[in-house]
Design a protein around this ligand. Structure first.
Ligand code: S3P
Length: 431
């Protein structure tokens, strides 16, 4: 498709879509809790619908009145077996967290996904879950999906030092640990998003977190709750960057989730000189209204403990860096290679087609700026975040851009192109 262009200013207010990580978990916790869970502002995007359908296949009744979802909890032992393999599409969060849940259910389940998911590493989850007593196997003795999980009633607690900083791995172990008898400890490599820990507490469970050490004693009984999902900062990120790089822009993003384990992008943008103002904040729901305006930008270095706090934002931050004065260095981000695509290569190669000065390294990217971008034929490579990043890049490109496989954005943000268009119209300019 031809991408939207607008070199003169994005204006307006945007309600960013609901948080993907919290939406997945709201179904999972709702399914495992006693009683009903009401979910308001659930993200109706492909990934979260994969989680919803997977739990329906495991016997969970989920009602949707078009606004609110009601999950009729089955309690900790109530999921029912299905002989049919469950397709979880493109969703790494669905497959990895479900592996932890199914490790404690005494039946066999097979999970698989699309061509991208079936190439993503699963040993990181299988290794600790096997230590806990579940049997897991990948396709043809590999670590790749389809993954068959033979769960057990006799799951054992674990002491586990995580070799990767990954909220998905941590969450899978926590879901399993909730179903054991005894105390499990997890040592994180670096703190990663803590939505699972927060929702264990929200659903009436107990968990202790001291720095990188997490302690949980099972078995625990969870109770259904009302979950109000805030906006996703990872979706807001595309507009934060668009507002910063398109001249004359002024965008208000309302109800953005600002859980501190997710706000690395705000710190990086501030260090680069972006003009971001917090208009109001709601500390109870960890949400804020943010205003972003165009500004001049300077390069920065992004590495170490901040990486897990902005891992999904790195492709769009790389685009931002193409417009900053100086050399931006992103390192310690080798996890980007095993996302929906190899996001180090995809970001460097696609942005280079538009004239960016960007090099891939073993664990990140080096970006020289500021560099004007030009039109090109680019591809999302089936990765939603690469597709959205390229649309934002096209806004400032001189000349037309064509995007291959734009449908990928529906994984996390079905109305993405329409929202960009509205901001262009907000400026009275139709690209
Ligand atoms: C997620 C964790 C991150 C992130 C993904 C969502 C989650 O993955 O990239 O989009 O909801 O737990 P990793 O755990 O592989 O870093």
């Amino acid at each position: 498709m031809e991408l939207l262009q607008n070199q003169r200013g994005l204006k307006g207010t945007l309600h960013v879509p609901a948080d993907k990580s919290i939406s997945h978990r709201s179904i999972m916790f709702g399914a495992l809790a006693d009683g009903t869970t009401t979910i308001k502002n659930f993200l109706r995007a492909e990934d979260c619908l994969s989680t919803l359908h997977a739990f329906e296949k495991l016997g969970v009744l989920i009602e949707d009145d078009g606004e609110t979802l009601t999950v009729h909890g089955k309690g900790k032992k109530g999921l029912t077996a299905t002989t049919e393999a469950i397709n979880v599409g493109n969703s790494g969060t669905t497959i990895r967290l479900m592996m932890g849940i199914l490790a404690g259910q005494p039946f066999e389940t097979t999970l698989y996904g699309d061509a991208s998911l079936n190439k993503r590493p699963m040993n990181r989850v299988m290794v600790p879950l096997r230590q806990m007593g579940a049997e897991l196997s990948g396709a043809n003795d590999t670590e790749f999906p389809p993954i068959t999980i033979r769960g057990t009633d006799e799951l054992q607690p674990i002491h586990y030092e995580m070799p990767v900083a990954s909220a998905q791995v941590k969450s899978a172990i926590l879901f399993a640990a909730l179903q054991t008898k005894g105390t499990s400890t997890i040592i994180e490599k670096e703190p990663s998003r803590n939505h699972t820990e927060e929702m264990i507490r929200q659903f009436g469970g107990q968990i202790d977190v001291e720095g990188k050490k997490i302690t949980l004693t099972g078995p625990q009984t969870l109770t259904g709750q009302t979950v109000v999902v805030p906006g996703d900062i990872s979706s807001a990120a595309f507009f934060l960057v668009a507002g910063a790089i398109v001249p004359d822009s002024e965008i208000i993003l309302s109800n953005v989730g600002v859980n501190p384990t997710r706000t690395g992008i705000l710190e990086v943008m501030e260090a680069m000189g972006a003009d971001i103002e917090t208009l109001s904040s709601d500390p109870v729901n960890q949400a804020a209204d943010l205003k972003i305006k165009h500004s001049t930008l300077k390069a920065t270095t992004i590495s170490g403990a901040i990486i897990p706090r902005l891992i999904d934002e790195l492709p769009i931050i790389a685009l931002l860096a193409t417009q900053a004065q100086g050399t931006t260095i992103i390192k310690d981000a080798e996890e980007l290679k095993v996302k929906e695509t190899n996001r180090i290569d995809a970001t460097a190669e696609e942005l280079r087609k538009m004239g960016a000065k960007i090099e891939a390294t073993e664990d990140g990217l080096i970006i020289h700026g500021p560099t004007p971008l030009h039109g090109a034929e680019v591809s999302s490579r089936g990765d939603h975040r690469i597709g959205m990043m390229l649309q934002v890049a096209a806004l400032i490109a001189d000349g037309r851009c064509k995007l291959d496989n734009p449908e990928a954005v529906a994984i996390s943000y079905p109305h993405f192109f329409a929202d960009i268009e509205n901001l262009i119209e907000g400026a009275g300019i139709n690209g």
